[in-house]
Structures are given as structure tokens and as C-alpha cells.
Unconditional design. Structure first.
Length: 365
């Protein structure tokens, strides 16, 4: 079943993080051997952003680690509810609320929503429209076909949307109809048939904001992974950097194997590493894989790459860029990356080649 495949891939990412970071436990909170100074602890939780979250951190005591993780978890739960497009929550005004009020009335929202949407608007321009959170009406069509396939064990019953229904939905994807009033703290969708889908930015933005707040609470050394979105806080106590891995898109499997899980490992300190790929969320029709990364130009799954990874100081920016770069031809994507300060990228092409930006190697030595 597809749900098993997705969860297994996410669990593999968590296990890969454990090995790369040198952590020996993936459940509960476990400390390294007794020694002077901060000790290493780790924990895993499964209830935010439909994925596996793992945190490895150095703290002076288990009590400090537990307090930090309780607060971090609460922050991520809040962001998860705010950015949800499918579910309502008591007392919470979220992205679904905005979508439900399209063409009806502006919705007063939390600053955590405003900040995320404003970043998405900026990254729409940066990626020449390839990152478009207003593509919700099109993405919802693909989501429904994929969910129908997941619910049916017989792949021969899987179907594709028609170009006509995709084209009709695309008439309602103009990001100019996303009206944000910063002073009033409201969001309004001027097109009654449009909807927002923030899957390309929400998790990355949440990880970044939660990491910054954790730092403000005193967390100085940690590696956070939310479904493979990595965010490093500081360095390890000995001054060495954290290490993050780029999953191998050509050898992803329901069974995790240490020898084939990554195509690259990068050293990280106060950096984020985010990957988008065609191998974790997809369904199959007539032997062809149709993944979830939709090119706004064609309204079909982008066909340039099998995986794209971005290394950047900000996890929200990195999340947006992985989607944008996945939908851009290689040379256009390279030009974009080279124009951005502090950003590096790795592309896994459909013919099995690994291509990196000019400064990527500085993080691998």
C-alpha cells in the first residue's frame, strides 16, 4: 500500500539521520554516556505534518532536554494546525478557514500564518512562479486521484485527471487574488473558486520558526528533522558540525539499508537542508509513476529531476526553493541558486546524474 511506502520512507529518513548524526536511539529520550558538560539526547514523535520528527540535542540534563522538547513539540503542533488545509480545530483559524471563505470575506489570522504567506509570495517571484501556493485547485485534483489510488489495492483501477479538468482548475490559481492586509491581519481570496495549498512552504517555515524559538529558550546544540527537513542549531559541544544526508532517490525502498540511503552528506551549523523528490508521494498508472510535485506550467508532475536538495540558512526558504527548482530546467535552476546568497543545491537528474551548485562542496569536506 502507498501509505506504508510513504511511512517507510519517512522512517528511513529518521534512521538515516540517527546514523549520520551518530545517535544510537530513535525513541524516548536517551543520553550519551556520562561525561562532564552537555550530554546527547534524542527523541522521536509522529503527530505533526503527517511525518516522523526526530530531534538530537545536547543539554546539561534530561530535565532540560525534556522541557525543550515539550515546548518544541507544542510549537510544531500549533503550526501543523494553523497550516492544515483539510481539518478544522476548535478555536483555531487556519488555512482551511481561509479557503472556506474564498470570495466571501477576509479572515483574521495569526501572525504565524501571515509570515508564512508573505514568504510564499516573495518566493513566488523568486522562482518565477514555480512555487505557487495558489495552485490549490489543481493540487486538490491530483490529491483526490492519488487518494483514490491509495484506497484501492489494484493499480489497474488507478486513473489520471483529464487535461480539461486541470485547465479548468488552473483558471483559479492567480496568486494576485491572495489579498493580505498586514495592518488588519487579514487574508482574503478574491476568487471564490481558488484555494491555498501551503505544502511547499508550511513545514519548512514551521521548522525554522520553531528552531528560532527553541534557540531563544536556550537550546544551543541540536539537529531537528521533520520528515527529512533538517535544521541544525549551532554545533556539537566539541565544535564539530552536524551532518545531514541527501536520500538516494534511485534506491529508495520500503526497507531501510545503510549502504544505499544517501547520495551526499553535508556538514551543517545553523543551516537547513531540505529535499523534494518524486519517490515518497506518488501513485502508478499503467506502470508510470505520478508524483505530487506539480509544474504550474504543465499542470502535470514535473519531469526534470528525481530529487532536489537545498542548503540554506532558512528552512522556509529552502523548502520553497526545493519545489521551485524541481519545476525548473537545470540551467535555469543553477542560475537562480548562484544568484542567491548563502544558498546551495544538489540535483539528482532523471538519467542518474548528481549535479551540485558551485559552493556545495564547501559543506562536504
Amino acid at each position: 500500500m502507498m501509505t506504508k511506502r510513504i511511512f517507510s520512507a519517512l522512517l528511513a529518513a529518521a534512521l538515516s539521520l540517527s546514523l549520520l548524526a551518530g545517535c544510537g536511539s530513535t525513541s524516548g529520550s536517551t543520553a550519551s554516556s556520562a561525561a562532564d558538560g552537555p550530554q546527547r539526547y534524542s527523541t522521536v514523535f509522529y503527530d505533526v505534518f503527517d511525518t516522523v520528527t526526530q530531534v538530537i540535542a545536547y543539554c546539561d540534563s534530561e530535565e532540560e532536554f525534556t522541557a525543550q522538547m515539550d515546548a518544541l513539540h507544542a510549537d510544531l503542533v500549533e503550526y501543523n494546525q494553523l497550516y492544515d488545509i483539510y481539518n478544522d480545530y476548535d478555536g483555531v483559524t487556519n488555512i482551511k478557514t481561509i479557503n472556506d471563505n474564498a470570495g466571501i470575506a477576509p479572515v483574521t489570522v495569526d501572525d504565524k500564518i501571515l509570515g508564512m504567506l508573505e514568504l510564499a509570495q516573495t518566493m513566488y517571484d523568486t522562482t518565477c512562479g514555480k512555487l505557487n501556493i495558489a495552485l490549490g485547485s489543481v493540487l486538490n485534483i491530483w490529491h483526490n486521484y492519488r487518494e483514490a489510488a491509495l484506497a484501492d489495492d489494484n493499480d489497474s483501477n488507478n486513473q489520471l485527471p483529464t487535461q480539461e479538468e486541470l485547465d479548468a482548475a488552473a483558471q483559479h490559481c492567480d496568486i494576485a487574488n491572495l489579498i493580505i492586509d498586514e495592518d488588519a491581519k487579514t487574508v482574503y481570496l478574491a476568487d471564490p473558486a481558488m484555494s491555498l495549498d501551503v505544502g511547499s512552504v508550511g513545514k519548512g517555515y514551521a521548522v525554522e520558526q520553531a528552531a528560532q524559538v527553541a534557540e531563544a529558550r536556550g537550546l544551543t546544540s541540536a539537529l531537528i528533522s521533520v520528515g527529512g527537513n533538517l535544521r541544525a542549531i549551532g554545533t556539537k559541544p566539541d565544535g564539530s558540525q552536524w551532518v545531514g544526508g541527501v536520500e538516494n532517490p534511485w534506491n529508495s525502498s520500503e526497507v531501510y539499508t545503510t549502504g544505499s540511503s544517501t547520495v551526499a552528506a553535508v556538514k551543517m551549523s545553523d543551516l537547513s537542508l531540505v529535499t523534494s523528490g518524486d519517490y515518497q508521494r506518488y501513485y502508478v498508472v499503467d506502470g508510470v509513476r505520478y508524483h505530487h510535485l506539480i509544474d504550474p506550467a504543465t499542470l502535470w508532475p514535473a519531469a526534470y529531476f528525481d530529487g532536489v536538495s537545498v542548503l540554506a540558512p532558512d528552512s522556509g526558504v529552502a523548502d520553497c526553493l526545493t519545489t521551485g527548482l524541481f519545476c525548473l530546467p537545470l540551467e535555469e535552476g543553477r542560475q537562480l541558486v548562484e544568484s542567491l546568497d548563502g544558498v546551495e543545491a544538489l540535483w539528482c537528474t532523471t538519467d542518474g546524474e548528481v549535479v551540485t551548485s558551485s559552493g556545495w562542496s564547501e559543506h562536504t569536506n
